[in-house]
Design a protein around this ligand. Structure first.
Ligand code: NAI
Length: 488
C-alpha cells in the first residue's frame, strides 16, 4: 500500500531534490549526525509527528530522522511557509512519482486555517492507530507548539467535554481548532488521551513554543517531557539572530523590491530576532529605530547605536515596520492608520497576533488590494483627498517564510542538529524515567558539539586548551567551556 499524503504537486519533486542535494552540502551538522548514527539507528521504533515549516532545510532534517531509524509524518507549522517542491521530494523519497516511497507530508503553500488544522491532525493520525494505539505517534517535533497544543486540548476535551477558551470561540481560529477536535474524535473517540499516554516527549524549536511549554509546566498540565531546543546557544544565538539577518531582508526585497538603504526601519523588540533584524537593516543602509519594553534590551540597543523610541512617537517617521517580539497587539489598527503613505508592515515573530490584522480589516471603508500573493495594500479613506495606503506582508504572518524561503541551510543545520540530538535524548531516555514532565535544555557539552560540527566547513581553526591551562581554569580539555548561566 502506498503512503498517504497531501501536498500541492508531486511533479515538483525533481526540483525539490536538486535543492535538497545542495542544502545537504550546506548542512554539515545534520550530515555528520547521519554518518555517526545511521548504522546504530537510535531512532528505530520512533514514530515522530513533526510540525515545522516544510522547507528544503526541513527536508534534510526529515530525511536525517529517517536515516536514524524513525518513521515520520509531517505538517508545516505555518500556512504560508511550505516550499512545495521540498514537500514533493520528501513524499517521493526513494520511490517515483507513480509510486512515492518517502514520508507522508501534509503541507502546501497557502493553506486555509481549516486546512492547516486538518494537516496538524493528520500528523497525529497514524495508519492503524484507531484499532491499535501502539501504532500511533510516540514523539513530537514541534515549532511554535501547535501539535503539542492539539494533543493537550484533545486530551482535555476528552476528559471534560470542553476546551478552555475554545467553547466560547473567543477567536475564529479557536473555533476551527474545536471543529477539528470534534471531527477527529467522532472518528476515533479517546484518540488524544491515547496519544498523550504514548508520547515520550516533544522537542520544541522556537521561543513562542517554549513559552507555551513553560506555561503548561508551571500549571502542572504538561502531559510529557519536553526539550527546549530554542535555548541551546547554537539555536537561539544563531538561527534567531543570524538566520533573521539573512531572511528578513530577503522577504522584504522579494515582497516589495523597495530599496532599504536610506529608509527608516522600526524594529519592535530587541531580543535575539530583533538584534538580527536591526543589524540586517543597518547593513542595508537603513536608519534603524528600536522599540523595547525590557530596560536591559533597550539599553543594549542604545549601546549598539540605535535610537530607542516608543512606537507612537515614530509612526510618521518609519518607512518599514517589523515586529520581532513573540508578544501580541504590538502594531494596532490605530498605529497603522497613523503611518505614512506606503509604509511597509511585516512580522517575523511566530504568530500573526503581533499585528492586529482583524482590527485593520475592521477599519470603516478600508480596502484590501492584492498586489501579489502574500503582499497586500490596505487603503484608508478611498476616494478622499486624504487617501493613503500601507503594505502588509504575509498577512501579518512570518514574512521571512511567507515572502521568501526562511533561514538558509547552514544556520538551520545548527538548529536541526539540536533537534535530532533532542529527539535521540528523549526517545532513548524518557522511557527509562530519565526525563519527567518538565521542560529541559540539552547539556552544554552537546551544544558545543553542534557548534563543533560546523567549524571545519567555515575553515575555523579552534585553539585547544593545554592541560595546564584547563587545570588553571578548572575545565576539562574536552569541555564544557562555560558555566550553564553564561550568556554569550
Ligand atoms: P526574545 O524573547 O529574545 O525577544 C523578544 C523581545 O521582544 C524581548 O526582548 C522583549 O522584551 C521584547 N518585547 C516584548 N513585548 C514587546 C513590546 N510590546 N514592544 C517592544 N518589545 C517587546 O525572543 P526571540 O528569540 O527574539 O523570538 C521572538 C519571536 O520570533 C518569537 O515569537 C519566536 O518564536 C520567533 N522566531 C521567529 C523566527 C523566524 O524565522 N521568523 C526565528 C526564530 C524565532
Amino acid at each position: 500500500m502506498g503512503i498517504d499524503y497531501k501536498i500541492a504537486d508531486l511533479a515538483l519533486h525533481g526540483a525539490g531534490r536538486h535543492q535538497i542535494r545542495l542544502a545537504e552540502h550546506e548542512m554539515p551538522g545534520l550530515m555528520s549526525l547521519r554518518e555517526e548514527f545511521s548504522a546504530s539507528k537510535p531512532l528505530a521504533g520512533a514514530r515522530i509527528a513533526g510540525s515545522l515549516h516544510m522547507t528544503v532545510q526541513t527536508a534534510v532534517l526529515i530525511e536525517t530522522l529517517v536515516a536514524l531509524g524513525a518513521q515520520v509524518r509531517w505538517a508545516s507549522c505555518n500556512i504560508f511557509s511550505t516550499q512545495d517542491e521540498a514537500a514533493a521530494a520528501v513524499v517521493v523519497g526513494t520511490g517515483t512519482e507513480a509510486e512515492p516511497a518517502g514520508v507522508p507530508v501534509f503541507a502546501w503553500k497557502n493553506e486555509s486555517l481549516e486546512e492547516y488544522w486538518w494537516t496538524a491532525e493528520q500528523i497525529l493520525t497514524w495508519p492503524g492507530a484507531a484499532e491499535d494505539a501502539e501504532l500511533g505517534p510516540n514523539m513530537i517535533l514541534d515549532d511554535g507548539g501547535d501539535a503539542t497544543m492539539l494533543v493537550h486540548l484533545g486530551a482535555a476535551y476528552e476528559a471534560t467535554g470542553t476546551v478552555p477558551g475554545a467553547e466560547t470561540a473567543e477567536s475564529h481560529e479557536q473555533g476551527i481548532v474545536l471543529g477539528t477536535l470534534r471531527a477527529s474524535l467522532a472518528a476515533d473517540p479517546g484518540k488524544f488521551t491515547a496519544i498523550a499516554g504514548k508520547i515520550l516527549g516533544v522537542s520544541e524549536e522556537t521561543t513562542t513554543g517554549v513559552m507555551r511549554l513553560n506555561q503548561m509546566a508551571a500549571a502542572g498540565t504538561l502531559l510529557f517531557p519536553a526539550i527546549n531546543v530554542n535555548d541551546s546557544v547554537t539555536k537561539s544565538k544563531f538561527d534567531n539572530k543570524y538566520g533573521i539577518r539573512h531572511s528578513l531582508p530577503d522577504g522584504i526585497m522579494r515582497g516589495t523590491d523597495v530599496l532599504i538603504g536610506g529608509k527608516v526601519v522600526v524594529v519592535c523588540g530587541y531580543g535575539d530576532v530583533g538584534k538580527g533584524a536591526a543589524e540586517a537593516m543597518r547593513g542595508q543602509g537603513a536608519r534603524v529605530i528600536v522599540t523595547e519594553i525590557d530596560p536591559i534590551c533597550a539599553l543594549q540597543a542604545a549601546m549598539d547605536g540605535y535610537q530607542v523610541a516608543a512606537l507612537e512617537s515614530v509612526l510618521e517617521l518609519g518607512d518599514i515596520f517589523v515586529t520581532t517580539t513573540g508578544g501580541k497587539d504590538i502594531i494596532t489598527a490605530t498605529h497603522m492608520q497613523g503611518m505614512k503613505n506606503k509604509a511597509i508592515v511585516g512580522n517575523v515573530g511566530h504568530f500573526d497576533n503581533e499585528i492586529d490584522m482583524a482590527g485593520l480589516a475592521a477599519i470603516p471603508g478600508v480596502q484590501k488590494v492584492e498586489i501579489k500573493p502574500q503582499v497586500h495594500e490596505w487603503i484608508f479613506g478611498t476616494g478622499t483627498e486624504a487617501a493613503r495606503s500601507i503594505i502588509v506582508l504575509s498577512e501579518g504572518r512570518l514574512l521571512n517564510l511567507g515572502n521568501a524561503t526562511g533561514h538558509p541551510s547552514f544556520v538551520m543545520s545548527n538548529s536541526f542538529a539540536n533537534q535530532v540530538i533532542a529527539q535521540i535524548e528523549l526517545y532513548t531516555k524518557a522511557g527509562n524515567g530519565e526525563y519527567s514532565k518538565a521542560v529541559y535544555v540539552l547539556p552544554k557539552i552537546l551544544d558545543e558539539k553542534v557548534a563543533r560540527l560546523h567549524l571545519s566547513a567555515l575553515g575555523v581553526e579552534l585553539t585547544e586548551l593545554s592541560p595546564a591551562q584547563a587545570g588553571y581554569l578548572g575545565l576539562d580539555v574536552a569541555g564544557p567551556y562555560k558555566a550553564e548561566n553564561y550568556r554569550y
